[in-house]
Design a protein around this ligand. Structure first.
Ligand code: ADP
Ligand code: MG
Length: 341
C-alpha cells in the first residue's frame, strides 16, 4: 500500500471518530466476511436494570427484604453489569446507604458468584417495611412484580452468616443445587423477552430469581442491516443464555447467527473456528473478557467507552461509540484500497 493512501484513509477515519491503528488493519478491513458482535456493552448499553424479583414459595428461607439485602451485598463485590443492577436495585428499594459484610468471595466468569454475607441486621435496622411494600412497583419503565413477598418477623433477625450463590442454572448445578421446573419456567419467561435471569440461593436453597433487562443501542439494527447489505455475515457472541441471546439477536437487531453460553475464555476459540474457513473475521467488543478475541480476530474493533484492555487489544477504536462506524470503517477501507490499486 502506498503510504499516502494509508495516511489519507486513517486521516479520514480519525476525523470521523474512527481510530485505525495503521495501514495493515485499514487494508485487512476491506477483505472482511464476518463481523462478530459481543452482546453486553456492545450491542446493548450494558447497564441492565432489575425487571423482576420472584421469590420461590417453598424456600421461605428469607423475606424479600432479607433476600435483597443479601443479594445486593453479595453482588457489591462483583463488577459484572448484572451485579451493578442488583446492587442499585437493592439500595433503592430498601433505601440503604451501605451494604453488609462479604467474605470468601469467589466469582466464576460466565457462571456467577459464591460468598458469605454476614451482619445484615445492622444494615436492615432502619428499613421501613411498609415503605418497601409501597415502593416495590415504582421502578423505571419496567414493571417490578414481587411474587409471594414474605416479610420477616419484625426485628427478630438473628445475627447470622449466610452462604450465598448467585448465577445461572449451570452455576447452581455445579454447586449441587437442583433447578426445579418451577424455577426454570420463571427464568424462561424472562429469557424469551431478552432479559437475563439469575438464581439466588441462600444457605443451599434457591430462594429467588432476579431478572435484569438491558436495552439495545438505538443504531444496532441499522448497523446490522447496512453490514448485511454490503455482503457481510453478522454474528452475536455472548456468555449469556441461549434464549436471551436469540431474543435480542433475532427479534431486536436482526442477527440470525448466535453463539451463546460461550465462556469468556472460549470467545477466542469461536473466532479461530470462523477463521478456519480462510475468510476474514472482525470482532467488535468492549470488555476485558473480549480482549483476547479482539486480538485473535483479523480486525479487532473496540467501543471507545470500553475497557482500556479492549481499546489496547483492538486494531480499530470507535471513538463515538456508534455501531454504524463499523460499517463506515469498512466502506472507508474499501475506498482506500481502490485508491491504492
Ligand atoms: P456477556 O458475554 O454477555 O458479557 P458473561 O459471560 O459476562 O456475559 O456472563 C454470562 C452469565 O454468567 C450471565 O448471564 C449470568 O447468568 C452469569 N453471571 C456472571 N457473573 C454474574 C454475577 N456477578 N452475578 C450473577 N450472575 C452472573
Ligand atoms: Mg461486553
Amino acid at each position: 500500500a502506498t503510504p499516502t493512501a494509508v495516511m489519507v484513509g486513517t486521516g479520514v477515519g480519525a476525523t470521523n471518530g474512527i481510530l485505525i491503528k495503521g495501514g495493515e488493519p485499514l487494508e485487512t478491513t476491506h477483505k472482511l466476511k464476518y463481523v462478530v458482535f459481543d452482546k453486553t456493552g456492545t450491542v446493548t448499553h450494558g447497564e441492565p436494570r432489575v425487571s423482576r424479583v420472584a421469590m420461590f414459595v417453598q424456600s421461605k428461607v428469607c423475606s424479600f427484604i432479607e433476600i435483597m439485602a443479601i443479594a445486593g451485598s453479595a453482588e457489591n463485590s462483583s463488577e459484572h453489569p448484572i451485579a451493578t443492577a442488583i446492587v442499585k436495585y437493592a439500595k433503592q428499594t430498601l433505601k440503604l446507604e451501605s451494604l453488609a459484610k462479604v467474605s470468601d468471595f469467589q466469582a466464576v466468569p460466565g457462571c456467577g458468584l459464591k460468598c458469605k454475607v454476614s451482619q445484615i441486621e445492622s444494615i436492615l435496622e432502619n428499613v421501613d417495611k411498609e415503605a418497601v411494600k409501597n415502593r416495590k412497583n415504582q421502578f423505571g419503565s419496567l414493571r417490578i412484580k414481587i411474587d409471594n413477598p414474605i416479610f420477616g418477623n419484625d426485628g427478630a433477625m438473628a445475627s447470622k452468616t449466610y452462604d450465598v450463590l448467585i448465577g445461572n442454572r449451570e452455576w447452581m448445578n455445579r454447586n449441587g443445587l437442583d433447578v426445579t421446573p418451577e424455577m426454570d419456567q420463571a427464568m424462561n419467561e424472562h429469557e424469551e423477552q431478552g432479559h437475563t435471569a439469575v438464581l439466588c440461593a441462600i444457605d443451599n436453597r434457591v430462594a429467588a430469581m432476579l431478572a435484569v433487562a438491558d436495552t439495545v443501542k438505538a443504531e444496532a439494527h441499522l448497523a446490522v442491516h447496512c453490514l448485511k447489505e454490503i455482503g457481510l455475515e453478522v454474528i452475536l457472541l455472548t456468555g449469556d443464555n441461549k434464549k436471551t441471546a436469540k431474543a435480542i439477536a433475532q427479534q431486536v437487531v436482526g442477527i440470525k447467527r448466535v453463539f451463546a453460553e460461550v465462556l469468556p475464555s472460549h470467545k477466542v476459540k469461536q473466532i479461530r473456528i470462523l477463521q478456519t474457513s480462510g475468510l476474514k473475521v472482525a470482532m467488535v467488543g468492549d470488555g476485558v473478557n473480549d480482549s483476547p478475541a479482539l486480538a485473535q480476530a483479523d480486525v479487532g474493533i473496540a467501543i471507545g467507552t470500553g475497557t482500556d484492555v479492549a481499546v489496547e487489544a483492538a486494531d480499530i477504536v470507535l471513538i463515538k461509540n456508534d455501531l454504524l462506524d463499523v460499517y463506515t470503517a469498512i466502506k472507508l477501507s474499501r475506498a482506500t484500497v481502490r485508491r491504492i490499486r
